[in-house]
Design a protein around this ligand. Structure first.
Ligand code: HEC
Length: 140
């Protein structure tokens, strides 16, 4: 091949992939707001995110596949608890202080009623994000 041909091939391919990258980037910017339904982030959901952070839930759990693998994935826990915030709340309230012998335990956090409302609202909102079925299995 001639030198000019090789140069054109180099610039042509580079330009093609830069344009492809830009197009995919724009596509992401358009699609993301629809997928994460951010219009539903109420003050209660935001408060729930804070409860999530302050209690380091991610130190044991994954959320949408990110986090620690000690305890179950929680991005889908709202659905696994039959779409019931009350059921999640009941679970969190009912953790025994001393744990269940012979089991990996979920600690008792003694969250206030307001914090329980907030964390369950946050977990509900998270479960409704369109993640294109990520994580691929129920355990995260
Ligand atoms: C020290 C580790 C640890 C931390 C921190 C922790 N969890 Fe857990 N959690 C567990 C374990 C282990 C389980 C599973 C065993 C069980 O059912 O008790 C669990 C189970 C759960 C479940 C039920 C999941 C299911 O599929 O049955 C929910 C909901 C939950 N945790 C929420 C939370 C929230 C919210 C926080 C933060 C406030 C949190 N966890 C912090 C260890 C932890």
């Amino acid at each position: 091949m001639k030198k000019t041909k090789i140069r054109n091939l180099y610039y042509g391919t580079a330009a093609f992939f830069i344009l492809l990258f830009l197009a995919l980037h724009v596509h992401t910017l358009i699609v993301l707001p629809q997928r994460d339904h951010r219009e539903n982030i109420t003050p209660l959901v935001a408060q729930g995110k804070l409860v999530w952070e302050e209690n380091n839930c991610i130190g044991c759990h994954t959320l949408l596949g990110e986090g620690s693998y000690y305890a179950p994935e929680l991005g889908n826990v709202y659905k696994r608890f039959h779409n019931s915030r009350a059921a999640i709340k009941g679970f969190l309230q009912s953790r025994p202080k001393t744990g269940v012998p012979g089991r990996r335990n979920m600690p008792q956090f003694n969250l206030s009623d307001k914090d329980l409302d907030a964390i369950t609202a946050f977990l509900k909102w998270t479960s409704e994000i369109d993640t294109a079925n990520w994580p691929p299995n129920i355990q995260g």
